[in-house]
Design a protein around this ligand. Sequence first.
Ligand code: C5P
Length: 228
Amino acid sequence: MSGAIPVITIDGPSGTGKGTISQKLADVLSWHLLDSGALYRIVAVGVEKKKIKSINIKELCEFATSMDVSFSGEFDGSITLDGVEISGQVRLEETADAASKVAAIPELRQVLLQRQRDFRRAPGLIADGRDMGTVVFPDAGLKIFLTASPEERAQRRYKQLINKGVSVNLRALLQDIASRDERDANRTVSPLRPAQDAVVIDTTTLTIEQVLDTVLEKVRERFPETKA
Ligand code: C5P
C-alpha cells in the first residue's frame, strides 16, 4: 500500500449522504474519489448481463477480475462496463439489492480489494463505502462513519428518486433499506460497522451543509496542510 498518499474514508449505510459528502470533499480537496458501492453494483449488473450464477463463485470471480470498468470520476457520473454505458442500470434500486447479495461473497470481496486500493493516487483519495475504514484502507488518516435513522434515510432516498422521475413507494423503500442493512451488518466478511478509530456522525437531524462542516473541521485537524 502506498502509505504516503492520504486517504479519508466515508462509511455508513445507504441514505446517510455518504455519496454527496464524499463528492463535495473530493471537490474541496481536489482529491480522487472511490465509490466502492458502484463496483459491487457493476458486478451485479455484469452477473445479470452475462447470466453468471452467483453460486458459481469461480466464474463470478473470473468476471470481477477481468471486467473492464471506467468511471467519469464523479459520484453519479458515467460508468462503463467493457465499453458499454451502464450508469442507468447501476443506479437502480434492484441493482443495489443484487449488489448487497454478491457483496456477501468473501471470494468476490477479496478480488475487489486490490481494485479498490488501486484508486489510491496522489494527491489523495476519498473512499466511500461500507468497509473502507475497517478493511480496505485501515491506515486512513481520517475515518468518518455516517448514520441516520432508517426512516430518515428512506425519506431522503425517496426524494432523490422522485426528483429523478422514478416512481417509488416509501414503505417499500423503507423495507428494502432495512433488509439491505440487515444483510450488510450481519455478513461474515467485512460487516457494516464503524472502525474503532472512526468519527461517528448521526446525520438524522443535520443538513448536508452541516454534515460537511463537521467533516471539514475534522479534515483541518488531521490534514492541516490541505486547503479544506
Ligand atoms: O453504496 P451503495 O448503495 O452503492 O452499495 C450497494 C451495496 O454494495 C451495499 O448495500 C453493500 O451491500 C455493498 N457494498 C459493500 N461494501 C462496500 C460498498 C458497498 O458491501 N464497500
